[in-house]
Design a binder for this molecule. Sequence first.
Ligand SMILES: Cc1cc2nc3c(=O)[nH]c(=O)nc-3n(C[C@H](O)[C@H](O)[C@H](O)COP(=O)(O)OP(=O)(O)OC[C@H]3O[C@@H](n4cnc5c(N)ncnc54)[C@H](O)[C@@H]3O)c2cc1C
Length: 464
Amino acid sequence: MAAAADPVPGRPELPISPTVLTGWGRIDPTSARVADPMRPDEVAGLLRTAPPRGAIARGLGRSYNNAAQNDGGLVIRTTGLNRIVGMDEEAGVVTCEAGVSLEQLMRTALPAGWFVPVSPGTRQVTVGGAIAADVHGKHHHLAGSFARHVRWFDLLLPGGDEHRVTPSSDPELFWATAGGMGLTGVITRAEVQLKKVETAKVAVDTIRAADMDEAMACLADADNRYGYTVAWLDCLARGPHLGRSVVTSGDFAVVSDLPVSQRGNPLAFDPVARLRAPAVCPPGLINRYTVALANEAWYRKAPKRRDGEIQSIGAFFHPLDGIRNWNTVYGPAGFRQYQCVVPFGAEAVLRRVVERISAARAPSFVTVLKRFGPGDDGYLSFPMPGWTLALDFPARTSGLADLLRGLDDLVAGAGGRVYLAKDSRVSPEVLAAMYPRLSDFRRVRAAIDPTGLLASDLSRRLEL
Ligand SMILES: Cc1cc2nc3c(=O)[nH]c(=O)nc-3n(C[C@H](O)[C@H](O)[C@H](O)COP(=O)(O)OP(=O)(O)OC[C@H]3O[C@@H](n4cnc5c(N)ncnc54)[C@H](O)[C@@H]3O)c2cc1C
Protein backbone atom coordinates (compact mmCIF):
# COMPACT_ATOMS: atom_id res chain seq x y z
CA MET A 1 0.00 0.00 0.00
CA ALA A 2 2.88 2.36 -0.65
CA ALA A 3 2.08 5.87 -1.85
CA ALA A 4 4.49 8.43 -3.27
CA ALA A 5 7.99 8.28 -1.84
CA ASP A 6 9.91 11.22 -0.37
CA PRO A 7 13.69 11.38 -0.24
CA VAL A 8 15.49 11.50 3.09
CA PRO A 9 16.91 15.02 3.52
CA GLY A 10 20.38 14.96 2.02
CA ARG A 11 19.97 11.35 0.88
CA PRO A 12 18.00 11.40 -2.33
CA GLU A 13 18.98 7.79 -3.03
CA LEU A 14 17.02 6.54 -0.02
CA PRO A 15 13.28 7.00 -0.44
CA ILE A 16 10.83 6.89 2.45
CA SER A 17 7.37 5.65 1.52
CA PRO A 18 4.15 6.22 3.43
CA THR A 19 2.91 2.69 4.10
CA VAL A 20 0.15 1.03 6.08
CA LEU A 21 1.62 -1.66 8.31
CA THR A 22 0.33 -4.41 10.55
CA GLY A 23 2.00 -7.28 12.38
CA TRP A 24 1.50 -10.92 11.46
CA GLY A 25 -1.95 -10.97 13.11
CA ARG A 26 -3.17 -8.28 10.65
CA ILE A 27 -4.96 -6.22 13.26
CA ASP A 28 -4.43 -2.58 14.30
CA PRO A 29 -3.09 -1.19 10.97
CA THR A 30 -1.31 2.17 11.18
CA SER A 31 0.51 4.32 8.71
CA ALA A 32 4.19 5.21 8.91
CA ARG A 33 6.88 6.39 6.59
CA VAL A 34 8.98 3.33 5.84
CA ALA A 35 12.63 3.46 4.81
CA ASP A 36 14.65 0.54 3.45
CA PRO A 37 18.30 1.31 4.15
CA MET A 38 20.96 -0.97 2.69
CA ARG A 39 23.87 0.09 4.91
CA PRO A 40 24.40 0.91 8.59
CA ASP A 41 25.46 4.50 7.76
CA GLU A 42 22.09 4.98 6.06
CA VAL A 43 20.38 3.79 9.25
CA ALA A 44 22.47 6.27 11.24
CA GLY A 45 21.38 9.06 8.87
CA LEU A 46 17.74 8.09 9.31
CA LEU A 47 18.05 8.16 13.09
CA ARG A 48 19.71 11.59 13.00
CA THR A 49 16.90 13.01 10.89
CA ALA A 50 14.00 11.12 12.48
CA PRO A 51 10.70 13.04 12.73
CA PRO A 52 9.24 14.16 16.09
CA ARG A 53 7.06 11.04 16.18
CA GLY A 54 10.27 9.00 16.35
CA ALA A 55 11.57 5.86 14.69
CA ILE A 56 11.49 2.10 15.19
CA ALA A 57 13.22 -0.82 13.48
CA ARG A 58 11.27 -3.48 11.65
CA GLY A 59 12.56 -6.86 10.49
CA LEU A 60 10.30 -9.31 8.66
CA GLY A 61 7.16 -8.19 10.52
CA ARG A 62 6.60 -11.57 12.17
CA SER A 63 5.76 -10.16 15.58
CA TYR A 64 2.04 -10.56 15.90
CA ASN A 65 0.90 -7.05 16.64
CA ASN A 66 2.36 -3.57 16.51
CA ALA A 67 5.87 -3.80 17.98
CA ALA A 68 7.32 -2.84 14.59
CA GLN A 69 4.81 -0.11 13.74
CA ASN A 70 5.05 3.60 14.44
CA ASP A 71 1.86 5.45 13.63
CA GLY A 72 2.75 8.79 12.00
CA GLY A 73 6.48 8.24 12.50
CA LEU A 74 9.37 6.48 10.80
CA VAL A 75 9.84 2.73 10.44
CA ILE A 76 13.32 1.55 9.49
CA ARG A 77 13.00 -1.77 7.72
CA THR A 78 16.24 -3.68 8.06
CA THR A 79 15.78 -6.42 5.49
CA GLY A 80 18.21 -4.66 3.14
CA LEU A 81 20.96 -5.21 5.72
CA ASN A 82 21.16 -8.83 4.69
CA ARG A 83 24.83 -9.69 4.32
CA ILE A 84 26.59 -12.57 6.04
CA VAL A 85 29.84 -10.85 6.94
CA GLY A 86 31.79 -13.98 7.81
CA MET A 87 31.64 -17.41 9.30
CA ASP A 88 34.19 -19.42 11.24
CA GLU A 89 33.28 -22.93 10.12
CA GLU A 90 35.44 -24.54 12.79
CA ALA A 91 33.94 -22.68 15.72
CA GLY A 92 30.46 -22.22 14.25
CA VAL A 93 30.48 -18.47 14.81
CA VAL A 94 28.71 -16.30 12.27
CA THR A 95 28.88 -12.54 11.87
CA CYS A 96 25.99 -11.06 9.95
CA GLU A 97 23.93 -7.98 9.40
CA ALA A 98 20.78 -7.67 11.43
CA GLY A 99 18.36 -8.08 8.53
CA VAL A 100 19.66 -11.57 7.74
CA SER A 101 16.83 -14.05 8.25
CA LEU A 102 17.15 -17.24 10.24
CA GLU A 103 16.39 -19.12 7.02
CA GLN A 104 19.34 -17.39 5.37
CA LEU A 105 21.53 -18.37 8.32
CA MET A 106 20.38 -21.98 8.01
CA ARG A 107 21.11 -22.06 4.28
CA THR A 108 24.59 -20.67 4.95
CA ALA A 109 25.53 -22.68 8.00
CA LEU A 110 23.93 -26.09 7.55
CA PRO A 111 26.27 -27.24 4.78
CA ALA A 112 29.10 -26.78 7.30
CA GLY A 113 27.15 -28.65 10.01
CA TRP A 114 25.77 -25.73 12.02
CA PHE A 115 22.21 -24.75 12.92
CA VAL A 116 20.79 -21.62 14.54
CA PRO A 117 21.15 -21.75 18.32
CA VAL A 118 17.46 -21.03 18.90
CA SER A 119 14.68 -21.33 16.36
CA PRO A 120 11.20 -19.92 16.89
CA GLY A 121 8.22 -21.50 15.11
CA THR A 122 9.06 -19.64 11.91
CA ARG A 123 12.45 -19.15 10.23
CA GLN A 124 11.17 -15.96 8.58
CA VAL A 125 12.50 -13.70 11.31
CA THR A 126 15.58 -11.51 11.19
CA VAL A 127 18.55 -11.73 13.52
CA GLY A 128 17.70 -8.21 14.74
CA GLY A 129 14.10 -9.26 15.44
CA ALA A 130 15.30 -12.42 17.19
CA ILE A 131 17.49 -10.36 19.54
CA ALA A 132 14.91 -7.60 20.07
CA ALA A 133 12.25 -10.12 21.12
CA ASP A 134 14.86 -12.48 22.65
CA VAL A 135 13.02 -15.32 20.97
CA HIS A 136 12.73 -18.82 22.37
CA GLY A 137 12.37 -22.22 20.76
CA LYS A 138 11.42 -25.78 21.62
CA HIS A 139 14.60 -26.36 23.61
CA HIS A 140 14.44 -23.38 25.93
CA HIS A 141 14.93 -25.72 28.88
CA LEU A 142 18.46 -26.40 27.60
CA ALA A 143 19.44 -23.46 25.46
CA GLY A 144 17.67 -20.44 26.94
CA SER A 145 16.64 -17.74 24.53
CA PHE A 146 18.36 -16.22 21.50
CA ALA A 147 20.44 -13.50 23.14
CA ARG A 148 22.29 -16.07 25.25
CA HIS A 149 24.06 -17.10 22.04
CA VAL A 150 24.89 -13.59 20.84
CA ARG A 151 28.51 -12.60 21.47
CA TRP A 152 28.04 -8.98 20.51
CA PHE A 153 25.87 -6.72 18.44
CA ASP A 154 26.43 -3.32 16.91
CA LEU A 155 23.73 -0.93 18.06
CA LEU A 156 22.96 2.46 16.55
CA LEU A 157 21.76 4.67 19.37
CA PRO A 158 19.12 7.36 18.88
CA GLY A 159 21.70 10.02 17.95
CA GLY A 160 23.10 7.76 15.24
CA ASP A 161 26.28 6.75 17.14
CA GLU A 162 27.24 3.11 16.88
CA HIS A 163 28.25 0.96 19.87
CA ARG A 164 29.54 -2.59 19.88
CA VAL A 165 27.74 -4.12 22.86
CA THR A 166 28.75 -7.37 24.55
CA PRO A 167 27.25 -8.95 27.66
CA SER A 168 30.43 -8.04 29.55
CA SER A 169 31.30 -4.63 28.07
CA ASP A 170 27.90 -3.14 28.74
CA PRO A 171 25.61 -5.67 30.42
CA GLU A 172 22.85 -3.13 31.07
CA LEU A 173 22.58 -2.06 27.44
CA PHE A 174 22.96 -5.65 26.24
CA TRP A 175 20.15 -6.95 28.44
CA ALA A 176 17.92 -3.93 27.88
CA THR A 177 18.25 -4.55 24.13
CA ALA A 178 17.69 -8.33 24.35
CA GLY A 179 13.91 -8.44 24.57
CA GLY A 180 13.75 -4.63 24.42
CA MET A 181 11.58 -4.60 21.28
CA GLY A 182 13.77 -2.17 19.35
CA LEU A 183 13.47 0.60 21.94
CA THR A 184 17.18 0.97 22.73
CA GLY A 185 18.42 1.46 19.16
CA VAL A 186 18.77 -0.26 15.81
CA ILE A 187 20.92 -3.38 15.76
CA THR A 188 22.94 -3.44 12.56
CA ARG A 189 25.25 -6.43 12.98
CA ALA A 190 25.67 -9.35 15.36
CA GLU A 191 27.95 -12.26 16.05
CA VAL A 192 26.12 -15.45 16.91
CA GLN A 193 27.35 -18.80 18.18
CA LEU A 194 25.68 -21.59 16.20
CA LYS A 195 24.86 -25.14 17.25
CA LYS A 196 26.72 -28.17 15.85
CA VAL A 197 24.58 -30.75 14.03
CA GLU A 198 25.47 -33.88 12.09
CA THR A 199 22.42 -33.86 9.81
CA ALA A 200 19.63 -31.51 8.78
CA LYS A 201 17.02 -33.98 10.01
CA VAL A 202 15.32 -34.50 13.36
CA ALA A 203 14.54 -37.89 14.93
CA VAL A 204 11.08 -37.36 16.40
CA ASP A 205 9.01 -39.31 18.91
CA THR A 206 5.28 -38.60 19.14
CA ILE A 207 2.88 -39.37 21.96
CA ARG A 208 -0.85 -38.70 22.04
CA ALA A 209 -1.82 -37.53 25.53
CA ALA A 210 -5.46 -38.09 26.51
CA ASP A 211 -5.79 -35.12 28.87
CA MET A 212 -3.96 -32.21 30.41
CA ASP A 213 -2.30 -34.17 33.22
CA GLU A 214 -0.90 -36.68 30.78
CA ALA A 215 0.26 -33.92 28.42
CA MET A 216 2.09 -32.11 31.23
CA ALA A 217 3.63 -35.33 32.51
CA CYS A 218 4.85 -36.17 28.98
CA LEU A 219 6.36 -32.70 28.56
CA ALA A 220 8.12 -32.88 31.93
CA ASP A 221 9.51 -36.28 31.10
CA ALA A 222 10.58 -35.15 27.63
CA ASP A 223 12.62 -32.30 29.12
CA ASN A 224 14.92 -34.90 30.64
CA ARG A 225 15.23 -36.99 27.54
CA TYR A 226 15.15 -34.74 24.48
CA GLY A 227 16.64 -31.53 23.23
CA TYR A 228 13.42 -30.23 21.66
CA THR A 229 9.86 -30.78 22.80
CA VAL A 230 6.43 -29.21 22.39
CA ALA A 231 2.75 -30.13 22.65
CA TRP A 232 -0.03 -29.17 20.29
CA LEU A 233 -3.13 -28.88 22.47
CA ASP A 234 -6.82 -29.14 21.59
CA CYS A 235 -8.10 -25.99 23.29
CA LEU A 236 -11.76 -26.89 22.69
CA ALA A 237 -11.65 -30.34 24.30
CA ARG A 238 -13.52 -30.47 27.60
CA GLY A 239 -14.55 -32.68 30.47
CA PRO A 240 -12.26 -35.70 30.77
CA HIS A 241 -10.51 -34.72 27.51
CA LEU A 242 -9.58 -31.21 28.64
CA GLY A 243 -6.07 -30.39 27.44
CA ARG A 244 -5.65 -33.46 25.26
CA SER A 245 -2.53 -33.02 23.20
CA VAL A 246 -0.06 -34.42 20.74
CA VAL A 247 3.44 -34.19 22.19
CA THR A 248 6.37 -34.25 19.77
CA SER A 249 9.95 -34.46 21.01
CA GLY A 250 13.18 -34.91 19.17
CA ASP A 251 16.85 -34.34 18.63
CA PHE A 252 18.92 -33.75 15.54
CA ALA A 253 19.49 -37.11 13.91
CA VAL A 254 22.98 -38.51 13.48
CA VAL A 255 23.88 -39.93 10.09
CA SER A 256 23.26 -43.53 11.17
CA ASP A 257 19.64 -42.60 12.07
CA LEU A 258 18.89 -41.72 8.44
CA PRO A 259 17.60 -44.08 5.79
CA VAL A 260 20.48 -45.21 3.59
CA SER A 261 19.10 -43.15 0.70
CA GLN A 262 19.61 -39.91 2.69
CA ARG A 263 23.03 -40.62 4.13
CA GLY A 264 24.93 -39.35 1.08
CA ASN A 265 23.81 -35.76 1.70
CA PRO A 266 22.81 -35.58 5.37
CA LEU A 267 22.97 -31.78 5.61
CA ALA A 268 20.71 -31.10 2.62
CA PHE A 269 18.31 -28.26 3.42
CA ASP A 270 16.07 -26.74 0.77
CA PRO A 271 12.75 -25.78 2.32
CA VAL A 272 9.89 -24.63 0.15
CA ALA A 273 6.41 -23.43 1.02
CA ARG A 274 4.39 -26.01 -0.89
CA LEU A 275 0.98 -24.53 -0.17
CA ARG A 276 -0.45 -21.06 -0.33
CA ALA A 277 -3.47 -19.78 1.59
CA PRO A 278 -6.26 -18.65 -0.75
CA ALA A 279 -5.90 -15.00 -1.76
CA VAL A 280 -9.28 -14.17 -0.22
CA CYS A 281 -10.59 -16.11 2.76
CA PRO A 282 -14.17 -15.62 3.85
CA PRO A 283 -14.57 -13.90 7.21
CA GLY A 284 -15.50 -16.45 9.84
CA LEU A 285 -13.80 -19.42 8.17
CA ILE A 286 -11.97 -20.09 11.43
CA ASN A 287 -14.68 -20.51 14.08
CA ARG A 288 -15.50 -22.81 16.95
CA TYR A 289 -17.07 -25.41 14.64
CA THR A 290 -14.31 -25.56 12.03
CA VAL A 291 -11.60 -25.50 14.70
CA ALA A 292 -13.34 -28.26 16.68
CA LEU A 293 -13.46 -30.39 13.53
CA ALA A 294 -9.84 -29.65 12.63
CA ASN A 295 -8.70 -30.37 16.19
CA GLU A 296 -10.57 -33.66 16.27
CA ALA A 297 -9.02 -34.72 12.98
CA TRP A 298 -5.53 -33.64 14.06
CA TYR A 299 -5.79 -35.51 17.34
CA ARG A 300 -7.20 -38.69 15.77
CA LYS A 301 -4.61 -38.65 12.99
CA ALA A 302 -1.73 -38.63 15.49
CA PRO A 303 -0.35 -42.02 16.43
CA LYS A 304 -0.82 -43.11 20.03
CA ARG A 305 2.92 -43.51 20.07
CA ARG A 306 5.54 -43.38 17.32
CA ASP A 307 9.29 -43.46 17.79
CA GLY A 308 12.20 -42.35 15.66
CA GLU A 309 10.36 -40.72 12.77
CA ILE A 310 12.83 -38.76 10.65
CA GLN A 311 11.49 -35.28 9.90
CA SER A 312 12.90 -32.33 8.00
CA ILE A 313 13.82 -29.14 9.83
CA GLY A 314 10.82 -27.45 8.20
CA ALA A 315 8.34 -30.14 9.28
CA PHE A 316 9.57 -30.24 12.86
CA PHE A 317 10.47 -26.64 13.62
CA HIS A 318 8.45 -24.55 11.19
CA PRO A 319 5.34 -26.40 10.01
CA LEU A 320 3.45 -23.16 9.44
CA ASP A 321 6.13 -21.90 7.06
CA GLY A 322 4.95 -24.65 4.70
CA ILE A 323 1.85 -22.57 3.92
CA ARG A 324 2.59 -19.19 2.41
CA ASN A 325 0.58 -16.35 3.99
CA TRP A 326 -1.28 -18.68 6.34
CA ASN A 327 -2.17 -15.63 8.41
CA THR A 328 -4.78 -14.64 5.81
CA VAL A 329 -7.03 -17.63 6.65
CA TYR A 330 -8.48 -15.62 9.53
CA GLY A 331 -10.05 -13.26 7.01
CA PRO A 332 -9.74 -9.49 6.85
CA ALA A 333 -10.30 -8.98 10.59
CA GLY A 334 -7.12 -10.90 11.42
CA PHE A 335 -6.30 -12.72 14.64
CA ARG A 336 -4.95 -12.17 18.10
CA GLN A 337 -2.19 -14.29 19.46
CA TYR A 338 -2.05 -14.79 23.23
CA GLN A 339 1.06 -16.27 24.80
CA CYS A 340 1.54 -16.48 28.53
CA VAL A 341 3.89 -18.23 30.90
CA VAL A 342 3.09 -19.26 34.48
CA PRO A 343 5.81 -20.41 36.86
CA PHE A 344 6.26 -24.03 37.86
CA GLY A 345 4.06 -24.65 40.88
CA ALA A 346 1.16 -22.76 39.26
CA GLU A 347 -0.09 -25.78 37.31
CA ALA A 348 -3.59 -25.26 38.72
CA VAL A 349 -3.62 -21.78 37.16
CA LEU A 350 -2.56 -23.16 33.79
CA ARG A 351 -5.41 -25.65 34.01
CA ARG A 352 -7.86 -22.85 34.81
CA VAL A 353 -6.63 -20.90 31.80
CA VAL A 354 -7.31 -23.89 29.54
CA GLU A 355 -10.68 -24.52 31.25
CA ARG A 356 -11.77 -20.95 30.66
CA ILE A 357 -10.81 -21.04 26.99
CA SER A 358 -12.61 -24.33 26.50
CA ALA A 359 -15.69 -23.15 28.41
CA ALA A 360 -15.81 -19.94 26.33
CA ARG A 361 -15.55 -22.08 23.15
CA ALA A 362 -12.87 -19.66 21.97
CA PRO A 363 -11.35 -21.30 18.91
CA SER A 364 -7.60 -21.30 18.62
CA PHE A 365 -6.36 -22.93 15.45
CA VAL A 366 -2.79 -23.31 16.68
CA THR A 367 -2.38 -23.96 20.41
CA VAL A 368 1.05 -24.80 21.74
CA LEU A 369 2.11 -25.80 25.25
CA LYS A 370 5.73 -26.09 26.28
CA ARG A 371 8.03 -25.74 29.26
CA PHE A 372 10.68 -23.09 29.78
CA GLY A 373 13.91 -23.55 31.68
CA PRO A 374 15.74 -20.78 33.56
CA GLY A 375 15.23 -17.33 32.03
CA ASP A 376 18.04 -15.10 30.82
CA ASP A 377 18.92 -11.61 32.00
CA GLY A 378 16.92 -9.57 29.48
CA TYR A 379 14.94 -6.99 31.43
CA LEU A 380 11.90 -7.55 29.22
CA SER A 381 12.71 -11.09 28.10
CA PHE A 382 9.62 -13.22 28.22
CA PRO A 383 10.78 -16.71 29.28
CA MET A 384 10.86 -17.71 32.95
CA PRO A 385 10.93 -21.23 34.37
CA GLY A 386 7.41 -22.53 33.88
CA TRP A 387 4.68 -23.49 31.46
CA THR A 388 4.01 -21.42 28.37
CA LEU A 389 0.80 -21.58 26.36
CA ALA A 390 0.36 -19.86 22.98
CA LEU A 391 -2.97 -19.49 21.18
CA ASP A 392 -4.30 -17.83 18.01
CA PHE A 393 -7.86 -16.52 18.21
CA PRO A 394 -9.80 -14.94 15.34
CA ALA A 395 -10.03 -11.27 16.30
CA ARG A 396 -13.81 -11.38 15.80
CA THR A 397 -14.31 -14.08 18.47
CA SER A 398 -17.17 -12.84 20.62
CA GLY A 399 -16.26 -12.14 24.22
CA LEU A 400 -12.52 -12.39 23.43
CA ALA A 401 -11.51 -9.13 25.14
CA ASP A 402 -13.13 -10.14 28.43
CA LEU A 403 -11.79 -13.67 28.23
CA LEU A 404 -8.21 -12.48 27.70
CA ARG A 405 -8.48 -9.80 30.38
CA GLY A 406 -9.50 -12.52 32.81
CA LEU A 407 -6.57 -14.67 31.71
CA ASP A 408 -4.19 -11.74 32.25
CA ASP A 409 -5.39 -11.49 35.85
CA LEU A 410 -4.92 -15.21 36.43
CA VAL A 411 -1.47 -15.16 34.86
CA ALA A 412 -0.30 -12.00 36.66
CA GLY A 413 -1.71 -13.30 39.94
CA ALA A 414 0.39 -16.44 39.57
CA GLY A 415 3.57 -14.39 38.93
CA GLY A 416 3.48 -15.07 35.19
CA ARG A 417 3.52 -12.79 32.15
CA VAL A 418 2.49 -12.35 28.53
CA TYR A 419 4.89 -12.07 25.57
CA LEU A 420 5.43 -8.58 24.15
CA ALA A 421 6.14 -9.90 20.63
CA LYS A 422 2.61 -11.24 20.57
CA ASP A 423 0.64 -8.92 22.79
CA SER A 424 -2.06 -6.64 21.41
CA ARG A 425 -4.10 -5.66 24.41
CA VAL A 426 -2.58 -5.94 27.88
CA SER A 427 -2.76 -2.76 29.98
CA PRO A 428 0.36 -0.85 31.14
CA GLU A 429 -0.50 -1.55 34.78
CA VAL A 430 -0.82 -5.30 34.25
CA LEU A 431 2.35 -5.34 32.19
CA ALA A 432 4.27 -3.58 34.97
CA ALA A 433 3.09 -6.25 37.42
CA MET A 434 4.25 -8.97 35.04
CA TYR A 435 7.74 -7.57 34.33
CA PRO A 436 9.47 -6.72 37.63
CA ARG A 437 12.55 -5.39 35.80
CA LEU A 438 10.58 -2.88 33.75
CA SER A 439 11.98 -0.06 35.88
CA ASP A 440 15.56 -1.16 35.03
CA PHE A 441 14.61 -1.15 31.36
CA ARG A 442 13.12 2.34 31.64
CA ARG A 443 16.23 3.62 33.43
CA VAL A 444 18.56 2.40 30.67
CA ARG A 445 16.21 3.71 28.01
CA ALA A 446 15.95 7.12 29.65
CA ALA A 447 19.75 7.39 29.80
CA ILE A 448 20.32 6.62 26.11
CA ASP A 449 17.16 8.12 24.68
CA PRO A 450 15.99 10.96 26.94
CA THR A 451 13.71 12.45 24.30
CA GLY A 452 12.07 9.13 23.45
CA LEU A 453 13.12 9.16 19.81
CA LEU A 454 12.72 5.39 19.59
CA ALA A 455 9.03 4.68 19.73
CA SER A 456 6.48 2.22 18.44
CA ASP A 457 2.75 1.73 18.66
CA LEU A 458 3.52 -0.94 21.26
CA SER A 459 5.74 1.33 23.36
CA ARG A 460 3.15 4.11 23.39
CA ARG A 461 0.32 1.79 24.37
CA LEU A 462 2.33 0.13 27.14
CA GLU A 463 4.18 3.28 28.28
CA LEU A 464 7.47 1.42 27.98
C1 LIG B 1 4.46 -18.45 12.81
C2 LIG B 1 5.21 -17.74 13.90
C3 LIG B 1 5.78 -18.50 14.90
C4 LIG B 1 6.49 -17.87 15.92
N1 LIG B 1 7.04 -18.66 16.89
C5 LIG B 1 7.77 -18.09 17.86
C6 LIG B 1 8.41 -18.89 18.84
O1 LIG B 1 8.32 -20.11 18.83
N2 LIG B 1 9.16 -18.25 19.78
C7 LIG B 1 9.30 -16.89 19.80
O2 LIG B 1 10.00 -16.39 20.67
N3 LIG B 1 8.70 -16.11 18.88
C8 LIG B 1 7.94 -16.67 17.92
N4 LIG B 1 7.36 -15.89 16.97
C9 LIG B 1 7.52 -14.43 17.06
C10 LIG B 1 8.77 -13.93 16.30
O3 LIG B 1 9.84 -14.83 16.45
C11 LIG B 1 9.21 -12.59 16.89
O4 LIG B 1 8.15 -11.69 16.89
C12 LIG B 1 10.40 -11.95 16.14
O5 LIG B 1 10.77 -10.79 16.83
C13 LIG B 1 10.03 -11.56 14.71
O6 LIG B 1 11.19 -11.09 14.05
P1 LIG B 1 11.08 -10.06 12.84
O7 LIG B 1 12.39 -9.98 12.16
O8 LIG B 1 9.91 -10.41 11.99
O9 LIG B 1 10.83 -8.71 13.63
P2 LIG B 1 9.60 -7.67 13.56
O10 LIG B 1 8.35 -8.39 13.83
O11 LIG B 1 9.69 -6.88 12.33
O12 LIG B 1 9.97 -6.76 14.83
C14 LIG B 1 9.86 -7.31 16.12
C15 LIG B 1 10.54 -6.39 17.13
O13 LIG B 1 11.94 -6.41 16.88
C16 LIG B 1 12.41 -5.08 16.71
N5 LIG B 1 13.50 -5.16 15.75
C17 LIG B 1 13.49 -5.78 14.54
N6 LIG B 1 14.69 -5.62 13.95
C18 LIG B 1 15.46 -4.89 14.78
C19 LIG B 1 16.79 -4.37 14.72
N7 LIG B 1 17.58 -4.59 13.67
N8 LIG B 1 17.24 -3.64 15.76
C20 LIG B 1 16.46 -3.40 16.84
N9 LIG B 1 15.19 -3.87 16.95
C21 LIG B 1 14.70 -4.60 15.93
C22 LIG B 1 11.22 -4.29 16.23
O14 LIG B 1 11.35 -2.93 16.56
C23 LIG B 1 10.09 -4.95 17.00
O15 LIG B 1 9.99 -4.39 18.28
C24 LIG B 1 6.63 -16.47 15.94
C25 LIG B 1 6.05 -15.70 14.93
C26 LIG B 1 5.35 -16.33 13.91
C27 LIG B 1 4.72 -15.50 12.83
